[in-house]
Design a protein around this ligand. Structure first.
Ligand code: NAP
Ligand code: GLV
Length: 306
């Protein structure tokens, strides 16, 4: 079996070694122009030439959860596209979002400011009942985040495309469920995939429907958020702040107004990083399953966009 790896910008050696160790029957090579078509490809941000040349692979494995960038390329029509399905990302995402929510709800930014001036001042915490949290996207990552926040005692709402049932979470779905979902949120967490239906979904209208003084956590994709609308809603007080991990342009340009905004907390797309060992183990298991003629989780519905 031949496996080709293509991940420009990332160190290929540990992936080549890891895949070879996990699939001893396979020959694993880094892609270069002219390489014969492999059985399987493992990719992150591959050039179009690689996708064109390797159009005959049995499956294309993405080294991430989101496949929006890959779907902007010309993919061979019959190729099975398989994304990472948790592989160690869900717990990281839960940890990141719980941190952002606690920082907001417990007012840690004010204590950090106090500490720089040696000010000792206690403030009453916000009641959890007054801090309902809404999670857009109740998929692999959104469900794990919802469970973690629920277990911390926050009221949790979720919004998805189709109805989803999750113990202790109030579920909403579809365009008709969106206004009621938004109206119930003091904190909005975005964990949607980026698709034609979700691009720009965080805008003046949707964010304007949240409870007054609401807080936004965007950990999905930068193109979900209309940046000028966020700045306007922060100015008007409709939003009290936001934690942003993803941006329309990455890296975020040095002169972008977000960097200087006092009520924005920014991180460089690290809320859930690909875990190499777990990802290799998952991809190897799926290749073995496909070779046995079985189905695997994480197959992307290209028409749907996720
Ligand atoms: P997933 O399992 O595919 O879940 C997607 C969820 O979004 C599902 O609940 C789906 O609804 C819902 N959804 C999709 N389109 C919708 C629409 N039009 N209206 C309402 N709900 C919709 O994806 P995941 O693994 O949880 O990952 C989610 C996203 O997180 C990725 O696509 C990626 O962009 C982002 N991500 C970011 C980082 C980071 O470090 N910042 C890391 C990993 C992933 P159904 O349940 O009805 O299908
Ligand atoms: C990272 O953003 C991913 O989609 O895995």
């Amino acid at each position: 079996m031949e496996i080709v790896l293509c991940c420009p910008g990332a160190a290929p050696e540990p992936w080549l070694k890891g895949l070879a160790a996990a699939l001893p029957q396979a020959r694993v090579s880094e892609w270069r122009p002219g390489l014969p078509v492999a059985d399987y490809a493992v990719v992150w941000a591959p050039p179009q030439a690689m996708l064109d040349e390797q159009a005959g692979v049995k499956a294309l494995f993405a080294m991430g959860a989101g496949v929006d960038a890959l779907l902007q390329r010309q993919l061979p029509p019959q190729t099975l596209l398989v994304r990472l399905d948790d592989a160690g990302m869900a717990v990281q995402m839960a940890e990141y979002v719980c941190h952002a929510v606690a920082r907001y709800s417990r007012g840690f930014a004010a204590y950090e400011a106090d500490a720089t001036r040696a000010v000792w001042q206690q403030r009453l915490p916000r009641l959890r009942a007054d801090c309902p949290i809404g999670i857009m996207g109740l998929g692999v990552l959104g469900r794990r985040v919802a469970q973690a926040l629920r277990d911390l005692g926050y009221p949790v709402h979720g919004w998805s495309r189709t109805p989803q049932v999750l113990d202790g979470v109030v579920s909403h779905h579809g365009p008709q469920g969106l206004p009621g979902f938004l109206a119930s949120c003091q904190v909005l967490v975005n964990l949607l995939p980026l698709t034609p239906l979700t691009r720009d979904i965080l805008n003046r209208d949707t964010l304007g429907r949240l409870r007054p003084g609401a807080y936004l956590v965007n950990v999905a994709r930068g193109a979900h958020l209309v940046e000028e609308d966020l700045l306007a809603l922060l100015d008007s007080g409709q939003l009290s702040g936001a934690t942003l991990d993803v941006f329309r342009t990455e890296p975020l340009p040095a002169d972008h107004p977000f960097w200087q905004h006092p009520r924005l907390t920014l991180t460089p797309h690290i809320s859930a990083l690909t875990q190499r060992e777990e990802s290799i183990a998952q991809i190897a298991c799926k290749i073995d399953a496909l070779e046995r003629g079985e189905t695997v989780a994480g197959v992307v519905d290209v028409a749907r966009g996720y």
